[in-house]
Design a protein around this ligand. Structure first.
Ligand code: NAP
Ligand code: GLV
Length: 311
């Protein structure tokens, strides 16, 4: 009987009813990495999330592993090349989460530009004493502004589509030229012209700290930085410094260099920053589709069939 490790419970019942497999879940207490190392030796498959680092050390403990199925589109937590060199298939869940993530990214962009979160906080803190006033809590217009994308993959394209409903002018800089309704420009031009700079990059060896203090300093003083893809693409210390020095007007972030973050993070005390706890794909519908996709990927490889999405 083939053995499968599952590091976290995922929605739905897509792992049920597979009688030919011995499915073992992380019991929930103890160190998850230690549990993987102790149990992966004779496992045929593993279903992981982006929290679990599947590096050489873990892969070297596996003697018969055929598939690593990640419940995510990002795969920077897995040493994909090493896994492949050991004959292990790595699968992931692109496409099914693109629209939900784009909704969230557009949402935090609106929220930071129009003081939606700080306004809500003000009322809850009993801070709205003045009533309506002409100059009260003014934000930045979104409609008709310029949105610049760094990276133009699935999520970038989906955010761009939403921006068309707001009559925004689209610019992008990426590794590849794409057939999209936005102008391909060089990076410096994008940074100096965009009212909203949206990071739409995956994390890889070239994109680590891609958005550093120097690049942020090339943005307009009135612009916002939006990151809903991976925290480590932005040098967070550089971003904090840029915000402290009023180099840009604000930032909206769904992802952070080291997650989770709490109120001790300097970004948390800045009124011009909106932060959400890595919620991009967090809808009932999308998490269910991710669970279905990750399960099909896993069982297909183990049953000798093609997975839906492999790297
Ligand atoms: P994708 O389609 O692979 O898009 C990545 C984009 O980055 C592509 O346009 C790619 O260029 C570009 N890129 C990569 N390296 C580059 C470089 N060195 N220079 C310039 N451009 C570069 O991926 P996606 O589906 O849009 O997802 C992107 C990332 O979002 C995922 O990897 C994941 O980390 C993150 N994510 C976060 C959440 C969340 O909950 N917040 C949810 C889903 C995904 P090419 O066009 O040349 O390939
Ligand atoms: C979420 O961040 C993902 O990579 O799916």
């Amino acid at each position: 009987m083939m053995k499968i490790l599952v590091t976290r419970h995922v929605p739905g019942n897509y792992l049920d009813g597979h009688e030919n497999f011995n499915i073992q879940f992380f019991p929930g207490d103890g160190d998850i990495r230690e549990w993987i190392i102790s149990n992966i030796g004779d496992a045929d498959g593993i279903l992981v999330t982006l929290n679990e680092k599947i590096d050489r050390e873990i892969i070297d403990h596996a003697t018969r592993l055929k598939v690593i199925s990640t419940y995510s589109v990002g795969y920077d937590h897995i040493d994909v090349e090493y896994a492949k060199s050991r004959g292990i298939t790595v699968t992931y869940t692109p496409e099914v989460l693109t629209e939900a993530t784009a909704d969230l990214i557009f949402g935090i962009m609106l929220a930071v530009a129009r003081n939606i979160v700080s306004g809500d906080r003000l009322i809850r803190d009993n801070g709205w004493q003045s009533g309506w006033k002409p100059g009260f809590m003014l934000g930045s217009e979104v409609h008709g502004k310029t949105i610049g994308f760094i990276g133009m993959g699935r999520i970038g394209k989906a955010v761009l589509e939403r921006s068309k409903g707001f009559d925004m002018k689209g610019l992008y800089y990426s590794r590849t030229i794409h057939n999209v309704n936005a102008e391909y420009v060089d990076l410096d031009y994008l940074l100096s012209e965009s009212d909203f700079v949206v990071i739409a990059l995956d994390l890889n060896s070239e994109t680590f700290h891609f958005m550093n203090y120097e690049r942020i300093s090339k943005m307009k003083k009135s612009a916002f930085l939006i990151n809903g893809t991976r925290g480590k693409v932005v040098d967070e210390n550089g971003l904090v410094r840029a915000l402290e020095n009023h180099i840009i007007r604000g930032a909206a972030l769904d992802v952070f260099e080291n997650e989770p973050v709490d109120s001790k993070n300097p970004l948390a005390s800045m009124e011009n920053v909106v932060m959400t706890p890595h919620l991009g794909s967090a809808t009932y519908e999308t998490r269910d589709k991710m669970a279905e996709t990750a399960a099909i990927n896993l069982f297909n490889v183990l049953n000798g069939k093609r997975p839906l999405y492999k790297l």
